[in-house]
Design a protein around this ligand. Structure first.
Ligand SMILES: Nc1nc2c(ncn2[C@@H]2O[C@H](COP(=O)(O)OP(=O)(O)OP(=O)(O)O)[C@@H](O)[C@H]2O)c(=O)[nH]1
Length: 397
C-alpha cells in the first residue's frame, strides 16, 4: 500500500482544526492558570493546523509559504506548547529562551529553505529546535516517573517521547539516505513520523486534558480544605488530620493539642471594624504557622479559635512552644491600624493519654485548659489538669 504523506499531513491538520474550537470553547467554564494554559493549547492546535496545511501543500504553493511560513507557524506552536505545559506544571515559563529557540530555528530553516536550499540542514535545524523544546518539557515531567507520580504526566511524557523518536527516525533515515529530497518524499521513517504527527494533536490533547483535570482537582481539593480567610486548614480538613494523627499516636509524648484563642477579639471588631478584625486573624494565623515545627498541623476551629496538633510532642515541649508563640504574638504589630493595641492570645494544652478514646477527648481537655487560661486573666498558656502544672508561671495579662 502506498501512503500519500501530503494526505496524512492534511488529515492531521483537520483533526487539530476540529479540536481547537472545542478546547477554546471549554475555557469559558474555567479560571486561573488552568484556563490560560487551556487557551494557549487551543491556539496551538490552530497554529499546527495552519502549519501542516502549508507543509502539505509543498510543491503546489511557493517555498515561502510551504517552508518559511509553515515552519514559522510551527515554531510558534511548539514554543507555545512548551509554555502551556510549563504553566500547567507550575514551573517558570522561560519565555525569552522559548522565543530564542524558535527564532534561531526558524531563521535557519528559512535560510536553508529559500536562500541556499538544503533539505538535510533544514531537518537538522528543525530537529535541534524541537529537541530543545522537548527537553524543556521532559525535564519538569521527569518527576512523574517516581513512585506514585502523576499518571496524567506519564501519559504526556509518553506522547512527547513518541515525537522525539519520530524525529530520531527521520535523522536516522537521513543518515542512511543522504539524498533525501523532502518531508513528503516516501520513506519508512517519513511515513512513521507523518502518521505520528497526524495523530499527535489528539494524543497530546488527551494528555494535556488529563493533566489539566488533575491540576483542577488538586486545586479544588486544596480549596475544599482551606479556610479562605487565614489560609489554615478548615474544620473539615482539621477533623481529617486530627483523626489521622490520633490513629498514629500510641503512647505518651506522641501527640499534643494546642487550642489558641485571641483575647478580647470582640473589642477589636467593635472598635476597629470587622475588616480590621479579619486582617488581625489572617496576620495572626500566618505568624503562628511559620513558627510551628514542620509536622505540626494548624487549623481554624471557628471564629478566632485555632487548633494546632503537634505529632511526636509531649506536654513539656508543647508548653514551651505555646509560650514562645504567646510571647511572639504579644510583641507583634499584627495590623498597623492607628491606635490598635497589641493583640494577645491564650492557649490551652493537652497531651495524648492512652486512655483517650478519640481525638475529641484530647481536644476537649485542651479546650478546658484554654477556658482556665481565660479565667486566669488571659495572655497565658495553661496545660490540662494532670498533664502539667496548671498555670504557666510568669504569664501575665
Ligand atoms: N472579624 C471577624 N470577627 C469574627 C470572625 N469570627 C468570629 N468573629 C468575632 O469574634 C468575636 C468573638 O468574641 P467572644 O467570643 O466574645 O470572644 P473575645 O471577645 O475574644 O473574648 P475572649 O475570648 O473571652 O477573650 C465576636 O465578636 C465574633 O463576631 C471572623 O471571621 N472575622
Amino acid at each position: 500500500m502506498r501512503i500519500d504523506l501530503a494526505t496524512i499531513a492534511l488529515f492531521g491538520a483537520l483533526q487539530a482544526l476540529l479540536l481547537a474550537p472545542l478546547l477554546l470553547a471549554a475555557t469559558r467554564a474555567y479560571a486561573g492558570v488552568a484556563r490560560t494554559s487551556l487557551r494557549i493549547w487551543g491556539t496551538v492546535l490552530l497554529l499546527q493546523a495552519i502549519g501542516w496545511v502549508l507543509m502539505g501543500l509543498r510543491g503546489q504553493v511557493s517555498d515561502w509559504l510551504s517552508i518559511v511560513l509553515a515552519n514559522g507557524v510551527l515554531m510558534v506552536s511548539y514554543a507555545e506548547t512548551t509554555r502551556a505545559l510549563r504553566l500547567l506544571l507550575g514551573v517558570p515559563q522561560r519565555r525569552a529562551l522559548l522565543v530564542a529557540i524558535g527564532v534561531a530555528g526558524w531563521l535557519g530553516i528559512a535560510w536553508f529553505g529559500v536562500a541556499t536550499p538544503d533539505y538535510r540542514m533544514r531537518v537538522y535545524i528543525a530537529t535541534l529546535a524541537l529537541c530543545a523544546y522537548l527537553l524543556l518539557l521532559l525535564w519538569p515531567l521527569r518527576h512523574a516517573l517516581r513512585r506514585g507520580g502523576s499518571t496524567a504526566q506519564r501519559v504526556m511524557l509518553l506522547v512527547l517521547l513518541g515525537a522525539l523518536l519520530g524525529w530520531c527516525a527521520r535523522l536516522g533515515d537521513l543518515a542512511l539516505h543522504p539524498s533525501g529530497t523532502g518531508l513528503l518524499a516516501y520513506s519508512p521513517a517519513n511515513v512513521v513520523q507523518m502518521i505520528y504527527s497526524a495523530v499527535e494533536p489528539v494524543l497530546a490533547s488527551v494528555g494535556f486534558l488529563l493533566m489539566y483535570n488533575e491540576t483542577v482537582q488538586i486545586e479544588l481539593h486544596r480549596l475544599a480544605r482551606t479556610d479562605p480567610l487565614t489560609g489554615t486548614l478548615n474544620r473539615l480538613a482539621l477533623d481529617e488530620e486530627s483523626l489521622r494523627l490520633f490513629r498514629e499516636a500510641d503512647r505518651p509524648n506522641t501527640l499534643a493539642a494546642l487550642v489558641i484563642d485571641v483575647d478580647h477579639f470582640k473589642r477589636i471588631n467593635d472598635n476597629f471594624g470587622h475588616v480590621a478584625g479579619d486582617r488581625v486573624l489572617a496576620a495572626l494565623a500566618a505568624g503562628i504557622r511559620w513558627r510551628l515545627p514542620p509536622p505540626a498541623v494548624l487549623g481554624r476551629m471557628g471564629g478566632e479559635e485555632f487548633l494546632a496538633l503537634l505529632p511526636g510532642t509531649g506536654v513539656a515541649e508543647a508548653m514551651a512552644l505555646a509560650e514562645q508563640l504567646r510571647v511572639a504574638v504579644a510583641a507583634m504589630q499584627l495590623v498597623p491600624e492607628a491606635g490598635m493595641p497589641g493583640v494577645t492570645i491564650s492557649a490551652g494544652i493537652a497531651a495524648y493519654r492512652p486512655e483517650d478514646a478519640s481525638v475529641d477527648d484530647l481536644v476537649r481537655r485542651a479546650d478546658r485548659a484554654l477556658y482556665d487560661a481565660k479565667r486566669g486573666g488571659r495572655n497565658r498558656v495553661v496545660a490540662a489538669i494532670g498533664d502539667a502544672s496548671p498555670v504557666q508561671p510568669g504569664a501575665t495579662e
